[in-house]
Design a protein around this ligand. Structure first.
Ligand code: PLP
Length: 405
């Protein structure tokens, strides 16, 4: 008889976003007229930019003509896309990343989730706390953790690195040795960014200990100023210890289109095995998950018109973030993030728990955000607001929050 992967059973049943949906639905049933504003979900709302749509339409037409039809694509993605990524995202910033070190995919979530498969189960995993849940969940499912401890809100066997207001939401280098280290900057959920110096310390640690850093740069497009690195490959020595994941979701609105990529330098070798070569054997290698039409859309992201149109979209979200940050600061709330990321991390007022504040906000202001405790034990007492709404809704939400003070 077939037996199941019991590691899946270690995951707690009440997933954060289904619990939110459940509570909002219950509130809506009791209050059918309430104008609920959602500042909780990490999905974008601006439509695909015209330059990208144009490229997609052209690619669709190519698919309908036998002379320009495309079947299975190259395993790492089309060269036209990998070349422009290498040039625009890396070489232009002084990072020596070659096009053949880039693996195109159908989004960062898949890569962030699947990358752990090329590492053995014996590796010690380190994650930030709070953290984007995919890193922990996928390692738990693979069997790289012990059981979930209800009391601590943590899995045994995982090394959690606290990100608190005291350390500016950037974790300290752990005293014990971690093998697989997940870092995400700018960060979801805290909105924190790292300086090059801070990131360099992680790269040095990883090289010294033979660890590998899995660097999630899904929010790179939101970085402001020169002191914040856009890529871990801006750090010296990163080519021998780091993998970087990127997404087209939050910079170009591809959450429904699906496109991302992972960079694995050829010098990244552990136990004489090239991680680049291992990742080439990953699931779905033949198809890489991203259709020709979508890869042409990705190429258009880097065209002059595409860049200009996307700059405007990102500015739109960033001005929402500024509106939330300034409004809540003026109202006397304690708020973080929101400058290099579309996320605002607020301290719940009067020491309320994250879920208590969720219920309070929903009933008193008809606002929906995300309880910080859903991202980890250190998120308790915090709340995440996102900048992906419309200006009108964001403004209205800020007014409602101010009225609560
Ligand atoms: N990484 C982080 C930190 C995210 O917050 C998200 C989405 O919210 C992703 C990755 C997923 O990106 P994608 O849409 O490319 O799968």
């Amino acid at each position: 008889m077939v037996t199941v992967n019991e590691n899946y059973l270690k995951l707690p049943g009440n997933y954060l976003f289904s619990e939110i949906a459940h509570r909002v639905e219950a509130f809506r049933e009791k209050n059918p007229g309430a104008a609920i504003i959602r500042l909780g979900i990490g999905d974008v709302t601006q439509p695909i930019a015209p330059a990208i749509l144009k490229a997609m339409h052209k690619a669709v037409d190519e698919m309908g003509d036998s002379r320009t039809f495309h079947g299975y694509g190259p395993e790492q993605g089309y060269e036209f896309l990998r070349n422009v990524i290498a040039k625009e995202d890396f070489l232009s910033r002084g990072c020596q990343i070659e096009a053949d070190e880039i693996f195109v995919s159908d989004g960062a979530k898949c890569d962030v989730g699947n990358i752990q498969e090329i590492f053995s189960l014996g590796n010690k995993v380190a994650v930030c706390d709070p953290v984007y849940p995919v890193y922990v969940d996928t390692n738990v499912m693979a069997g790289r953790s012990g059981n979930y401890n209800e009391k601590t809100g943590r899995f045994e066997g995982i090394l959690y690195m606290p990100c608190t207001k005291e350390n500016g939401f950037v974790p300290e280098i752990p005293k014990e040795t971690a093998d697989l280290i997940y870092l995400c900057f700018p960060n979801n959920p805290t909105g924190a960014a790292v300086t090059k110096e801070q990131l360099q310390a992680w790269v040095d640690y990883a090289n010294k200990n033979g660890s590998v850093i899995l660097y999630d740069a899904a929010y790179e497009a939101y970085i402001e100023g020169d002191e914040i690195p856009h890529s871990i490959f801006e750090c010296e020595g990163a080519r021998t210890c780091a993998v970087e994941m990127r997404s087209f979701s939050k910079n170009a609105g591809f959450t429904g289109v699906r496109l991302g990529y992972t960079v694995i330098p050829k010098e990244l070798v552990r136990g004489k095995v090239s991680l680049h070569a291992l990742w080439n054997r990953r699931h779905g290698t033949k198809y890489n998950g991203a259709p020709y039409i979508v890869q042409r859309a990705g190429e258009a992201v880097y065209s002059p018109e595409g860049k200009a149109q996307l700059r405007e979209q990102i500015q739109y979200y960033k001005s929402n973030a500024a509106m939330i940050l300034n409004g809540l600061t003026q109202a006397g709330f304690e708020v973080y993030g929101g400058v290099h990321a579309p996320y605002i991390w607020m301290k719940t007022p009067d020491g309320m728990s994250s879920w208590k504040f969720f219920d309070y906000l929903l009933s008193e202001a008809h606002l929906v955000g995300t309880p910080g405790s859903g991202f980890g034990a250190c998120g308790e007492g915090y709340f995440r607001l996102t900048a992906f709404g419309s200006h009108e809704n964001t403004l209205e939400a800020v007014e409602r929050l101010k009225e609560l003070r």
